[in-house]
Design a protein around this ligand. Structure first.
Ligand code: PMP
Length: 278
């Protein structure tokens, strides 16, 4: 594993951030998590485009191009000597004496590269459980910002209820998970919340949308309510680290037959094939 901060590779426990760092003090920054499979990045271009969009959305100027980030990431991966790992990349508004207004200083860029510890086969085969939770986040959840307080609070509530994820609900409609996009299956077709400012445009969500087509699974981007969630045939979530993961119980009630469904399984198998052909 390895760390990187503002031009230097460092060990992960080295003390490198000054107290007056805006990521640390304000959460004034954006980030990405990119999965490397067998030395090869998964949909890195899409991740970097989203990073640049997030930075623009918070008016954080960055001088690096997508290609600059690509080579920086691959250099870090090489130095880490890891083949299956997660790259965490963060950009903040830099280091300046604490005050709210934008400082006129360079952005801080930092990275960690850590071994990926994939979910257990058991979790994949039996599926995971979830709770529903009020979506208490702000109006701009399409930005992958460092401000994750409502996400971590909801995830902790889920954990304390013995569940893996909290499914967020805004005005009666499902938005997404605390760190995942959410999908239901109805009459064999897949439904997921349409893109808006209220959800993160997930990269794995794009992958699933692409995969559904050759499998001849209909894919609809439509809002669905908490009731529709509970009466779905199947539920699954997607994220860079969870990939395509079945959710078999919500609020202690079984979804469908309470086991991973056929559509979810097919999509996951196809997702694995996509990874194998990177
Ligand atoms: N929504 C939220 C709130 C997330 O934090 C994540 C994980 N980054 C996702 C969705 C899934 O996005 P991706 O597939 O790009 O990892």
């Amino acid at each position: 594993e390895i760390g990187y901060i503002n031009g230097e590779f460092v060990s992960l426990n080295e003390k490198v951030i000054p107290i007056d760092e805006r990521g640390h003090q304000f959460g004034d920054g954006v980030y990405e998590v990119i999965r490397i499979y067998d030395g090869k990045p998964f949909m890195m271009e899409e991740h970097l485009e989203r990073l640049i969009n997030s930075a623009k959305a918070i008016r954080l100027p960055i001088t690096e191009s997508v290609d600059d980030f690509k080579s920086l990431i691959m250099k870090a991966v090489e130095k880490s000597e890891l083949h299956n790992c997660n790259v965490y990349l963060q950009i903040t508004r830099g280091i300046a004496t604490r005050q709210h207004l934008f400082p006129n200083v360079p952005a801080s860029i930092s990275m960690t590269v850590r071994e990926a510890n994939p979910l257990s086969d058991e979790m994949r085969n039996t599926g995971v459980t979830a709770i529903t939770h009020e979506d208490e986040r702000w109006a701009n959840c399409y930005i992958k910002s460092l401000n994750l307080l409502p996400n971590i609070l909801a995830k902790q509530v889920a954990h304390e209820a013995g569940c893996f994820e909290a499914i967020l609900v805004r005005d009666g409609y499902v938005t997404e998970g605390t760190s995942s996009n959410m999908f239901i299956v109805k009459n064999g077709a897949v439904y997921t919340t349409p893109l808006s400012k209220h959800i993160l445009p997930g990269i794995t969500r794009i992958a699933v949308k692409e995969i559904a087509n050759p499998l001849q699974i209909n894919f609809y981007e439509e809002h669905f309510t908490e009731d529709q969630l509970m009466s779905a045939e199947e539920i699954f979530m997607t994220s860079t680290t969870a990939e395509v993961l079945p959710i078999v119980r919500v609020n202690d009630k079984p979804i469908g037959h309470g086991v991973p469904g056929e559509v979810t399984k097919k999509l996951y198998e196809q997702f694995k094939r996509k990874v194998e052909t990177l």
